[in-house]
Design a binder for this molecule. Structure first.
Ligand SMILES: Nc1ncnc2c1ncn2[C@@H]1O[C@H](COP(=O)(O)OP(=O)(O)OP(=O)(O)O)[C@@H](O)[C@H]1O
Ligand SMILES: [Mg+2]
Length: 337
């Protein structure tokens, strides 16, 4: 792995020379610190950190359904850091790219999940020392009394040091209606640390879009230190079905065809109900399907096959209370002859 300045580097390609490696260098352990001559060539496809990044990006594509815009932004950020590494190898001085970010999107749209992948990628590129995300909310940062907030915030920053500090529902830090709110103190400390600790800490502010917009408008200093804004759209019905299939498969279950149809109906209804939380609602629904499947199998009172244990059937889905209050179309469909 590419810990700071260690593994993961480029191999040399000199113009007109077939072998991309500097003579004598073992292929497994290229010397990353070796500066490059002005006429050298860097082959990015041979960058070992690039391979780790490729793996992370491929896993992001494979594991997470949809999120096309987010995945695109993650690729752009990876490219920026790869090129920054390459420039440094040629001795081209420039300021380190700022990596503080904001992730805005509705509930269950994948913000926390992508933050973990982002940390892995930043680590693979040597930008942070550890592929870790320390998640905090207002209560972890703001103290109850005078003098309590600064040590609390500094402790959180110390825990996150070398990795990512993920501030969930960041707008709760800012309470303009309360003049004596200690949240403002947190914001001031963060402003400083985001500059000072640039080399040591990446801060990601996360939350729902409207409130985050207001938060950044009210705190232009923070906003200007956030280089990358990633927007997480709500998932479509098709994407939620894809997410359901992925989750079911990962857990070694499968929908039979009738269950698949039932789950699609379930989603149509659930998406219009209160507190719908995108992929999280899908996960919760699948957990409840598993509960109903377990009850059905126990009550069957017969020997069970592997297929029995794997299969979720339509009864496991239709047991949901979402079907107790039929949506408008269903009622209309009951024709009175
Ligand atoms: N695109 C996706 N593909 C597959 N699974 C997903 C996807 N997005 C989210 N999930 C899953 O949905 C669940 C919720 O995701 P996550 O916690 O990342 O959302 P969030 O945006 O942080 O939500 P909140 O705003 O409520 O904190 C997790 O179990 C995650 O693995
Ligand atoms: Mg989250």
């Amino acid at each position: 792995m590419a810990a700071e300045g260690s593994a993961g580097g480029f191999r040399l390609a000199r113009p007109g020379v077939g072998d991309a490696r500097p003579s004598g260098a073992p292929p497994e352990a290229p010397d990353v610190e070796e500066p490059l001559a002005p006429d050298a060539r860097l082959d990015l496809s041979l960058d070992l950190a690039g391979h780790d990044v490729d793996r992370t990006l491929a896993a992001l594509d494979a594991d997470l359904i949809g999120l096309a815009k987010v995945k695109e932004r993650v690729r752009e950020i990876a490219a920026l850091l790869l090129i920054d590494r390459a420039r440094r190898r040629f001795g081209l001085e420039s300021s380190r790219p700022t990596m503080h970010m904001s992730f805005t999107g509705g509930p269950g749209t994948g913000k926390t999940t992508v933050a973990l992948r982002m940390a892995q990628m930043l680590h693979a590129l040597g930008y942070i020392r550890k592929p870790k995300v320390h998640t905090v909310t207002r209560d972890d940062l703001v103290g109850q009394f005078i003098g309590h907030t600064a040590p609390k915030t500094k402790e959180a920053i110390a825990k996150a040091a070398g990795g990512v500090l993920f501030i969930d529902e960041a707008y709760y830090l800012f309470r303009p209606e309360n003049e004596r709110d200690y949240g403002q103190e947190v914001i001031e400390i963060l402003l400083q640390e985001m500059e000072n600790e640039r080399a040591n800490l990446v801060v990601i502010f996360a939350g729902y879009p409207d409130r985050m917009d207001r938060f950044f408008s009210a705190n232009p200093g923070l906003s200007s230190r956030v280089a990358h804004h990633l927007e997480f759209a709500d998932y479509t019905h098709d994407e939620l079905m894809g997410i359901a299939e992925t989750m079911v498969t990962v857990e070694n279950f499968r929908f039979d065809p009738a269950a698949r149809t039932a789950f699609a109906e379930y989603l149509t209804a659930r998406m219009t109900r209160p507190r719908f939380s995108n992929a999280r609602s899908v996960r919760n629904a699948i957990d409840r399907c598993r509960l109903r499947q377990a009850k059905r199998l126990v009550e069957a009172g017969r020997p069970l096959s592997k297929a029995d244990l794997i299969t979720l059937c339509d009864r496991d889905v239709y047991g949901s209370s979402v079907f107790d209050e039929p949506a408008g179309e269903v009622v209309v469909a009951c024709r009175i002859e």
